[in-house]
Design a protein around this ligand. Structure first.
Ligand code: C2E
Ligand code: CA
Ligand code: CA
Ligand code: CA
Length: 291
């Protein structure tokens, strides 16, 4: 049996439906999970709204604890931050994601019909979530640039997703850090836009390429006029600042159609595809979704 992401659940965890208290997960547990690569990645596609073509994937961390079963990132990411393990986790995520991206074109069947797809897969972007505290770790991003080079991946294909509050914490040092990342070629995206506290002025000054509308607005777009107003305003703001606009949490074709009609650039959500384990991505790709 597999779950919705196409991964086999750990037996013990699959049996217990009760939530796991955070204090049951020790620093030692988490450190071991990172070191042994028990923390893996699911990849969720992002499409170009206008053409419906694949634009890239977002890497989302997954932990299938051998005894506790699946633990969600909303639980273990804050825990990694708390235990001072987040940089190590981020680096492990980055390495896994880059390896995956580098091998993706070759993992498809060797048949000729995939030639076009294989070429596309050499150009798609990869989005990686970065915690606020990791931003200060210049060595981490230095190594990231080196990994890119050694794996033949252009840094322009990577998008680092930062939450609004993370980027705005200390605007002066953020400008410095983000500018240096941008100069290495990496693109920057503001995640969960609309939920944090925002200074439009700071936002305009920071070197972002993309603004990602928070799913709380997108998921309620069909039912709520207020959400639609917020979405439209963010798209206008984003385009006014020369940024790509992206929507996450699209759960219906109706919402996808709506976003298309108001000029949203990029789309992500269950209506397109769920986050998928690597094998499931290959299946999804060979299902002819791209042409
Ligand atoms: P996020 O970056 O805002 O990611 C979007 C979340 O929405 C993901 O939850 C994704 O699975 C979920 N999602 C995608 N499409 C839909 C949809 O149509 N409907 C609904 N209801 N949800 C959708 P997930 O994977 O549980 O991740 C939760 C959060 O954990 C992420 O939110 C991100 O903040 C954090 N996270 C995940 N992986 C990493 C990581 O490698 N590093 C860091 N620092 N944070 C991570
Ligand atoms: Ca994200
Ligand atoms: Ca988000
Ligand atoms: Ca979020």
């Amino acid at each position: 049996e597999t779950n919705s992401e196409g991964t086999a659940p750990a037996m013990a965890g699959a049996m217990s439906a009760e939530p796991i208290p955070q204090d049951k997960i020790s620093r030692e547990d988490l450190l071991q999970a990172i070191e042994q690569q028990q923390i893996t990645l699911a990849y969720q596609p992002k499409i170009n709204c206008r053409t419906s073509l694949l634009a890239g994937f977002e890497a989302l961390a997954r932990w299938n604890h051998p005894a506790l079963g699946p633990v969600g990132p909303d639980r273990f990411i804050p825990l990694a931050e708390h235990y001072g393990l987040i940089d190590q986790l981020t680096e492990s995520v980055m390495i896994q994601a880059l390896r995956w991206l580098a091998h993706l074109p070759r993992s498809l069947d060797e048949s000729v019909e995939y030639d076009y797809l294989r070429r596309r897969l050499r150009e798609i972007t990869l989005s990686i979530n970065i915690s606020a505290s990791s931003l200060n770790n210049t060595d981490l991003f230095e190594r990231m640039a080196e990994y890119c080079q050694s794996m033949g991946i252009h840094p322009e294909r990577l998008i680092f997703e930062l939450t609004e509050s993370c980027a705005m914490e200390d605007p002066t040092s953020s400008l410095d850090i983000l500018t240096r990342l941008r100069m290495k070629g990496f693109h920057l995206s503001i995640d969960d836009f609309g939920t944090g506290y925002s200074s439009m002025l700071q936002l305009a000054r920071l070197p972002f390429s993309e603004i990602k509308i928070d799913k709380s607005f997108v998921m309620t777009a069909a039912a709520s006029k207020e959400s639609r107003t917020v979405i439209k305003t963010i798209i206008e703001l984003g385009h006014g600042l020369g940024l790509y606009t992206s929507a996450e949490g699209i759960e219906s074709d109706e919402t996808l159609e709506y976003l298309r009609s108001i000029g949203c650039d990029l789309a992500q959500g269950y209506a397109i595809a769920r986050p998928m384990a690597p094998e499931a991505v290959l299946q999804w790709l060979s299902g002819g979704r791209l042409s």
